[in-house]
Ligand binder design. Structure first.
Ligand SMILES: [Zn+2]
Length: 96
């Protein structure tokens, strides 16, 4: 496990140890609160992996982390890759 988060291919966040340990896995649905790893697919192919939180106003859609809350690395690249359904609220905030 890397000391700091890294972003592979501008689409896949590889988490640092703390983020990996803190996150829940399995693509949350509905009003489940927590820190989550989103692992999105197009068909069978993995398209993006990123981390974020579901809480408060964003308990349903979730909101992605721009920076890792633990190691401080910038991990927003996958959130403004191609827009995909079920993306968290800020997933396309910076446009295409
Ligand atoms: Zn990190």
């Amino acid at each position: 496990m890397a000391k700091k988060c890294t972003v592979l291919d501008e689409r896949f966040v590889e988490p640092c140890k703390l983020l990996a340990e803190a996150a829940e896995y399995g693509n949350p649905r509905g009003k489940q609160k927590g820190v989550y790893a989103w692992d999105l697919h197009i068909g069978r192919e993995r398209s993006r992996t990123f981390f974020g939180v579901k809480s408060g106003e964003y308990v349903e859609r979730g909101i992605a982390f721009n920076f890792c809350p633990f190691c401080g690395e910038k991990i927003d690249a996958p959130t403004y890759a191609r827009k995909i359904e079920h993306s968290p609220a800020n997933a396309n905030a910076k446009g295409e």
